[in-house]
Design a protein around this ligand. Structure first.
Ligand code: GDP
Length: 758
């Protein structure tokens, strides 16, 4: 019954229309479909007819290839064995031909991380997405970024996944990073399997880890396997669905031998199988019915119930093994096929740019118009490689595709599928698949379509950064690496910006919060090996006006030769509430008081002046400038004269327009054990936050509040100490709103103070 192919050589030029016979066995939920579709494909192939239209009653042409597709990620706390497991997967699926040991703290010699390993062995263990095949299923293993904090990059990687494997160490158990990655996967609704690794290690206790997953990760879960022996005696696994024992023979565990369950384990297996059925029954009505009626439950029924429960994220099946000792990896791969969803079993939506970013549910099939997301850029040997996840439609080499974010139309010059250490040119790919294109100018997060729809997979409304800090490389020599890092981060994350402080000449990075910027500073150090000094983070305040104020300014200078002459009259006022424009300039002059060729210089002058309000020197937004009159001189008027007149005019009337300071308000969502609710809510009040929601989720209180970002410095540390490390929070930008009168006075005084010391 088991499906354990031997490692095979990479199959090059495997195309969409591969007619290779399938080895999927009958208990697979997709088995019936497979044979039907295989016949269909063979027919189509032999007649050379690639026509796509499905006749009445026939399955669509893509159904089989879609069913046999999995896009998964592997996530883990550091040192749990993610790299080792990934390597074994690549070995058994025939993508690499030798196992290179990752030696480490509990092995011999120095720890080699995957990058060292890549360098040493000349292989790429992980590109952004590595494609492999198992039992004629295509599996894309998508790299989940090593940094687990919340950034757009992590968000994007998680969006592209349809399912994931969460690796846990059977000794270390559920550790802090496992909790973080699991929370993110929950947030992005990613169905997952758990794999308890390192059963060969001293102190291995998979049952303890399973209980931790239940209590710390709140997984509704049960073991799918029982280990045969543990630590040095770890020999194999009993599969609770098939009720068979598996042993892993051969120098690399490549021969999976199926045997009967050892007699001395029968009672334990019966108990654990019952526990599995009971647990799944709690969330699956069909299985519950059979269970409650005391009917015998077949392996097919159980497999189907586990699949339904896993895909609907009501259950997390737990697998076990030792990647290092080559045990348990092939059954884990089988479980990816059996229990994780294919692309059409996951719903995805796009945002319609022609209709106010209205959500549009995508069919996820190749029949619709092309919609593809560029989720990762990589500098490869042959230039920039852009990884695309296709959500709908088909993409072909030579096609013209439209970048909805930039409005550019481009031709797909070359389409490839990435393996671990090689790439394969392909002619086309369809919805659900992950491919890479060469030589396409774009940023991560851009969406491509065939031009018939204007959909994007992520919002085009990128929020303005709310916090900034100065950062500088310690050594001048690392300037090159420093700029390389900043350039890359900017292309990957539209909420991360880099600028220059005009006065100090320092590099200023801006982003969505303290944590967001911390992550990038850390990555500059870790990934680019650049030591950097970092200034104090500053909140990005803005200024705006609250009433209309008139200006009438004459700029006149006579210093020998040509003079300067320009007069501007008009008023400034706030834009109507709800308008999304930041700056509007209207020329209402009737007649020729100012020749029209000077008008752009006037607009430029006001714009420039509005870059820095006189309260605290921050940009003035939501501003309308109306020009009603003016005067010019036949000889002395120039663009410069009018620009300067405008700058002075703005300064002249700004205070009369009653300016106020706006601060970013964040939506903070907290989850804390209820015993800490009072303390945490009190602290939010002290930070001038407004609590807008308070719910109960089991033993936890879930609090939502709007809090000024300026009062949220160091919040993660504060929350940790208030809740003994048990509280968690997320924070996102909500809006800018006016500060109180007191705060405004404080900020203005502080600004005057710094100006005085400059
Ligand atoms: P990652 O940080 O999660 O990618 O973990 P690695 O794959 O680099 O593994 C960390 C260390 O654990 C390395 O020394 C591995 O050799 C070791 N390791 C990985 N899997 C196992 C296992 O199943 N058993 C034992 N004993 N060690 C393992």
């Amino acid at each position: 019954m088991a499906r354990f192919p031997r490692p095979h050589t990479p199959r090059l030029l495997y195309t969409l229309y591969s007619t290779k016979t399938t080895t999927a066995h009958s208990s697979s939920p997709t088995a019936a479909l497979l044979s039907h579709n295989l016949n269909l494909q063979l027919r189509r192939f032999s007649s050379g007819n690639l026509a796509r239209a499905a006749k009445e009653g026939e399955e669509p042409w893509w159904k089989d290839s879609m069913n046999r597709l999995r896009n998964i990620g592997i996530s883990a706390h550091i040192d749990s064995g993610k790299t080792t497991l990934t390597e074994r997967v690549l070995y058994y699926t025939g993508r690499i031909h030798e196992i290179h040991e990752v030696r480490g703290r509990d092995g011999v010699g120095a720890k080699m991380d995957s990058m060292d390993l890549e360098r040493e062995k000349g292989i790429t263990i992980q590109s952004a997405a590595t494609y492999c095949t198992w039992n004629d299923y295509q599996i894309n293993i998508i790299d989940t970024p090593g940094h687990v904090d919340f950034t757009i990059e992590v968000e994007r990687a998680l969006r592209v996944l349809d399912g994931a494997i969460l690796v846990l160490c059977s000794v270390g158990g559920v550790q802090s990073q496992s909790i973080t990655v699991d929370r993110q996967m929950r947030r992005y609704e990613v169905p997952r399997l758990a794999f308890i690794n390192k059963l060969d290690r001293m102190g291995a206790d998979p049952w303890k880890v399973l209980n931790q997953a239940r209590s710390k990760l709140r997984h509704h879960s049960a073991a799918m396997q029982v280990p045969i022996g543990l630590e040095d005696d770890f020999k194999g696994l009993v599969d609770l669905v098939q009720q068979k024992a598996y042993y892993f023979h051969g120098s690399s565990g490549e021969n999976v031998v199926t045997e009967e369950i050892p007699a001395n384990m029968e009672a334990l297996v019966a108990e654990k199988r019952r526990e599995l059925i009971e647990t799944v029954s709690e969330v699956d009505d069909k299985l519950a019915e059979a269970f409650l009626n005391d009917e015998p439950i077949s392996s097919t029924e159980l497999e189907e119930a586990v699949r339904r429960a896993t895909i609907s994220r009501k259950f997390v099946p737990v697998f076990m093994g030792s990647a290092f000792k080559n045990k348990g990896v092939q059954p884990l791969l089988n479980s990816v096929l059996s229990y994780l969803p294919c692309p059409v079993e996951v719903s995805n939506y796009a945002l319609d740019q022609t209709n106010n970013e209205e959500k549009v549910t995508l069919s996820g099939t190749p029949d619709g118009p092309l919609v593809a997301l560029a989720f990762k850029l990589e500098e490869g040997r042959f230039g920039q490689l852009t990884y695309l996840r296709i959500y709908e439609g088909v993409i072909r080499k030579g096609d013209f595709i439209h970048n909805i974010n930039t409005g550019k139309k481009i031709k797909v010059p070359r389409l490839v599928r990435m393996h671990s250490d090689e790439m394969e040119d392909i002619q086309e790919a369809h919805a659900g698949q992950i491919v890479a294109v060469f030589g396409v100018e774009c940023a991560s997060g851009d969406t491509f379509t065939d031009g018939s729809v204007k959909y994007t997979m992520t919002s085009m409304n990128v929020p303005e950064p709310v916090m900034s800090l100065a950062v500088q490389p310690v050594s001048k020599d690392s300037g090159g690496q420093f700029s390389k890092a900043l350039n890359r981060f900017q292309r990957e994350d539209p909420t991360f910006r880099v600028g220059l402080d005009a006065e100090s000449g320092q590099t200023i990075i801006s982003g969505m919060g303290e944590l967001h910027l911390d992550i990038y500073v850390e990555r500059i150090k870790r990934e680019y090996k650049v030591d950097a000094t970092v200034g104090k983070p500053r909140v990005n305040f803005r200024e705006t006006v609250t009433q209309r104020a008139e200006f009438d300014y004459l700029h006149k200078k006579q210093t020998g030769g040509q003079g300067q002459y320009g007069r501007v009259c008009g008023y400034i006022e706030p834009l109507p509430p709800g308008s999304s424009t930041k700056f509007e300039f209207d020329n209402m002059i009737v007649g020729q008081a100012i020749p029209s060729n000077f008008i752009p210089a006037i607009e430029k002058g006001f714009k420039e002046a509005a870059n820095s309000g006189s309260l605290i020197g921050h940009p003035v937004e939501h501003l309308r400038v109306v020009l009603t009159d003016g005067a010019s001189h036949a000889v002395d008027s120039s663009e410069l004269a009018f620009k300067l007149a405008s700058i002075y005019a703005f300064r002249q009337c700004y205070v009369a327009a009653r300016p106020v300071i706006l601060e970013p308000i964040m939506l903070v969502e907290l989850k804390v054990p209820t015993e800490f609710q009072g303390t945490v809510a009190g602290d939010i009040n002290k930070r001038k936050g407004v609590i807008i929601g308070n719910d109960q989720d089991g033993d936890d209180s879930v609090i939502a509040a709007n809090v000024p970002l300026n009062n949220m410095f160091g919040y993660s540390t504060a929350l940790r100490s208030m809740t003994q490390g048990k509280g968690e929070f997320t924070m996102e930008y909500k809006e800018h709103s006016a500060v109180s009168h007191d705060v405004q006075t404080q900020l203005v005084n502080a600004h005057k103070g710094t100006k005085a010391t400059d």
